[in-house]
Design a protein around this ligand. Structure first.
Ligand SMILES: Cc1cc2nc3c(=O)[nH]c(=O)nc-3n(C[C@H](O)[C@H](O)[C@H](O)COP(=O)(O)OP(=O)(O)OC[C@H]3O[C@@H](n4cnc5c(N)ncnc54)[C@H](O)[C@@H]3O)c2cc1C
Length: 488
């Protein structure tokens, strides 16, 4: 609990002594930029601290624990489920100063990095040794490794390579009480409980990643990218299932529908046909001969599934342009609508046509346009509902439409999140897929890591945000503190 007898200014001084004066942000106007991530939610933090190394993170957590301050870890703030939003206000610990690649060992194919390292910078550094870091969220130019670990992030190429958890061998973690421990082992062969695996995907609720040992892979001998164009989204969905059913596992199979294509072409000019109902971006990687054979097979399958054209990128420049369209699609929505709400559901691949039809129906009923972007190979769909939050009630209706869409994914046998996490956004849907016993078992993990409800409060568990903001929650505690003259 926030200790009203401990003047927060003393806390500020103590924090400044640990990290330096410039790295404790407390002026209200400076705190504004930390209110947001890329979700719809927002909350003004009481204070933001930017530590520069593991020891400083540990010392900051000790001070927060002593002051009873809620703590929310934050990377680049690109999260889409609200994980970095400081529900209940309190302290945001931003890891964006910790951007060093501490070691890059091409022989053992590992990189040791700090949590604020940008995802793409790992591959850029590894490329000189012919290596790369496989997890590639579309936000990879901005998001940090610490955030990726917290969310167990995926990306276009995770169809073949797996998610973040498959590429993080060990992590150094500052626990909520300030103890620093290593979980996992650089060999990937540590005996005992896989606490590394437990931590990855825990959405910043168990501690703060302060270092990570990442697995690097040899760059493939060759890469071929195909663009398959369809006049119906059903045809594109059927082609995805047919490719996988033929025993081919491309490195990536991405799908975009008509509205997504139009948004991309209006601003990024990636070279997608504007009149197509859907395009598939299919990437094959590996040995030259195998990739050539697979490219022919994939093109033939797409044609059987009614592709009106299949184009193979002829140069690295064309390939990059095709991918820039896909990776920039979220930003491109700004050219066709003031706001968008991006969902993250999963459905079995074979049910994608039916699920996409239901998405369309729901959006039409709420009178919103919807654009669909999919990591189609693993059935991960991102319906993007376009809206204008200046229209009264639009934000509420968009959330309702989103919940209906999530329900459709679950009813189709899918999952609540493919990669964006539960956070604030989907906490109340957790009860759709987990029993009370399941949730109670998950909740027991937090005390095992020394985390109580104040560590990244208001996340993941059904009703968690309400508890913090309700009449008995942190909001009331904070308001009492404010009334008593405390700085919050
Ligand atoms: C345009 C766009 C495209 C995206 N595409 C993808 C995609 O393809 N795949 C995908 O998986 N995601 C995607 N995302 C979502 C987002 O980029 C990822 O979830 C990313 O991993 C978040 O990283 P971040 O550094 O921005 O974390 P933040 O948003 O700052 O935080 C996310 C969560 O991680 C926690 N956290 C942050 N740092 C640490 C740390 N060091 N230790 C412990 N917890 C920490 C926070 O508390 C929070 O719960 C996309 C987002 C955008 C805006």
């Amino acid at each position: 609990m926030f200790n009203q007898r401990d003047p927060t200014s003393a806390l500020i001084r103590d924090l400044q002594a640990v990290v330096g004066k410039s790295y404790v942000v407390h002026a209200p106007e400076d705190l504004l930029v930390y209110e947001y991530d890329c979700s719809i939610d927002r909350e003004h933090p009481s204070i933001v601290v930017l530590p520069g190394n593991s020891e400083e993170v540990a010392a900051v957590l000790k001070l927060a624990a002593r002051a009873g301050m809620p703590v929310t870890p934050r990377g680049a703030g690109t999260g889409i489920s609200g994980g970095a939003i400081p529900v209940g206000r309190g302290m945001v610990v931003a890891l964006t100063r910790m951007t060093r690649i501490l070691d890059l060992d091409p022989v053992n194919r590992i990189a040791v990095v700090e949590p604020g390292v940008i995802n793409l910078d790992v591959t850029k550094a590894a490329a000189q040794h012919g290596l790369f870091y496989a997890p590639d969220p579309s936000s990879q130019k901005a998001c940090c490794i610490g955030g990726n670990i917290a969310e167990n992030s995926g990306g276009a190429h995770c169809l073949a390579y797996g998610l973040t958890t498959n590429h993080v061998l060990a992590i150094e973690v500052a626990l909520p009480d300030g103890d620093v421990v290593w979980l996992g082992d650089p060999t990937g062969l540590e005996p005992g409980y896989d606490l590394r695996g437990v931590f990855i995907g825990s959405e910043g609720t168990l501690g703060i990643v302060t270092k990570a040992v990442l697995r690097l892979l040899p760059a493939p001998e060759t890469v071929t990218t195909l663009l398959a164009v369809f006049d119906q989204t059903d045809y594109a969905s059927a082609a995805v299932s047919a490719v996988i059913a033929a025993g081919i596992v491309p490195a990536a199979v991405e799908m975009m529908d008509r509205l997504a294509i139009q948004a991309v072409e209006a601003s990024l000019h990636a070279g997608y046909p504007k009149d197509a109902a859907a395009v598939l971006l299919i990437e094959l990687e590996g040995l030259r001969e195998t990739v050539a054979e697979q490219a022919q097979a994939v093109a033939a399958i797409c044609e059987v599934q009614n592709a009106r054209a299949v184009e193979v990128a002829q140069s690295a420049e064309q390939r990059e342009r095709l991918w820039a369209g896909r990776k920039g699609v979220a930003g491109a929505f700004g050219s066709i609508a003031p706001n968008y709400y991006i969902l993250d559901g999963v459905a079995p691949r074979t049910k994608l046509p039916e699920v996409l039809r239901r998405v369309e129906e729901i959006a039409a009923r709420y009178e919103f346009p919807v654009a669909n972007v999919l990591h189609a190979g693993d059935g991960n769909l991102h319906p993007c509902i376009l809206f204008d939050d200046r229209v009264p009630g639009a934000d509420r209706r968009v959330l309702e439409a989103g919940m209906e869409i999530m329900r459709v994914c679950i009813d189709a046998g899918g999952a609540l999140t493919g990669e964006h996490g539960v956070g604030i956004e989907k906490q109340d849907c957790m009860a759709w897929v987990f029993s009370e016993d399941d949730l109670a078992a998950m909740a027991k993990l937090r005390p095992a890591f020394g985390a109580d409800a104040k560590f990244n409060p208001g996340k993941v568990f059904p009703g968690a945000r309400g508890e913090w903001e309700g009449s008995t929650g942190a909001r009331r505690i904070m308001e009492r503190a404010l009334a008593a003259g405390a700085y919050i």
